[in-house]
Design a protein around this ligand. Sequence first.
Ligand SMILES: NC(=O)c1ccc[n+]([C@@H]2O[C@H](COP(=O)([O-])OP(=O)(O)OC[C@H]3O[C@@H](n4cnc5c(N)ncnc54)[C@H](OP(=O)(O)O)[C@@H]3O)[C@@H](O)[C@H]2O)c1
Length: 344
Amino acid sequence: MTDINRQFRLKRRPSGRITAEDFDFVEAPVPSPGPGEVLVRTLYISMEPIYRLWLTDSDHDLPPVQLGEVVRGVGLGRVVASNADAWKPGDLASGMFGWQDYAVVPSPGVARMARIPADPPVALTTMLGACGSTGFCAYFGLIDIGEPKAGETVVVSAAAGAVGSVAGQIAKIKGCRAVGIAGGPEKCRILTEQLGFDAAVDYKRGDWREALAAATPDGIDINYENVGGAIMDAVIDRMNRGGRVVVCGLITDYNDGERRDGHLQARGNFIPIFTHRLRVQGFVFTDYAPRFPEAVRQLGAWIKAGRIKPIETVVEGLERTPEALNRLFDGGNVGKLLVKVAEP
Ligand SMILES: NC(=O)c1ccc[n+]([C@@H]2O[C@H](COP(=O)([O-])OP(=O)(O)OC[C@H]3O[C@@H](n4cnc5c(N)ncnc54)[C@H](OP(=O)(O)O)[C@@H]3O)[C@@H](O)[C@H]2O)c1
């Protein structure tokens, strides 16, 4: 164990895309855990679009990261010292460890740390991806909110990304027609040839609306929405009466969306919502925390049976974390994007 803790601290609130100048990358001493606390070595940081919203000055599920604070982030780490009864050195856990090498987790945070078994049912990285929070979003969002029925058409946006790739594969398991929307021919090829989607629409092509219509000849019953904007509007235009819109995220607006009174404004295609009796529901995966064990069991079983294929992109090195976050907005990832901070 080194005695240096590299950390990204927020220097100023970003405008548009984040830049290296928005952060101080500092070296601090590795802290010692106090009573009831644990010290965790970060191994991987899960890259999530919502981090961009946490850098603004308004609440987005959690309060904003304050100037000078270590940037908040979900990670997978190994306990290196513990003053908490439930944890001992060597244990693996996921939790809010931040963009840093080492985190002292205070006792309320310790209570929220999730234990990762020493011999996880799937690859360690997948415990942050398809069998972790990403998979939980897809699982609860599609099944509980989308209520898919065999034969229905499910359209997933950002379908080659972390959440979308799992949501589409669950749609197939449930007997639905799965149509993914993604940027570029290579991502579309992955969806249909590797992940079993029935069709993929490349939204970077000029004729993507026609392609969406061709891919959804019976209309759309469920929209699993990760993107928002023009893509969501076009999907809603094709929804069948009684359809469900699962609002998982609206990444198109996170960097530079319009604001009113400091709050991000995302506009939507509301007319078909009432004329077609659509149900629109947003959620945050932590709403389902009491059911995480169920999701781990089911997702783990589907992954082991080859019915869900996890795909992941790993960026090496804590120092590249800001660059990695931008990749989510540039489409520079397939599947779950992780930063590897240290060897497990
Ligand atoms: N509700 C929750 O609890 C929860 C939890 C986690 C994530 N989410 C949300 O789920 C969504 C996906 O998150 P993720 O972690 O799985 O990320 P991801 O899909 O792995 O990465 C983001 C993808 O979004 C696409 N994208 C980015 N900007 C776009 C734009 N302007 N138009 C169209 N596509 C764009 C890019 O793919 P292309 O190459 O295809 O453009 C990119 O790869 C996000 O909206 C996120 O906020 C919600």
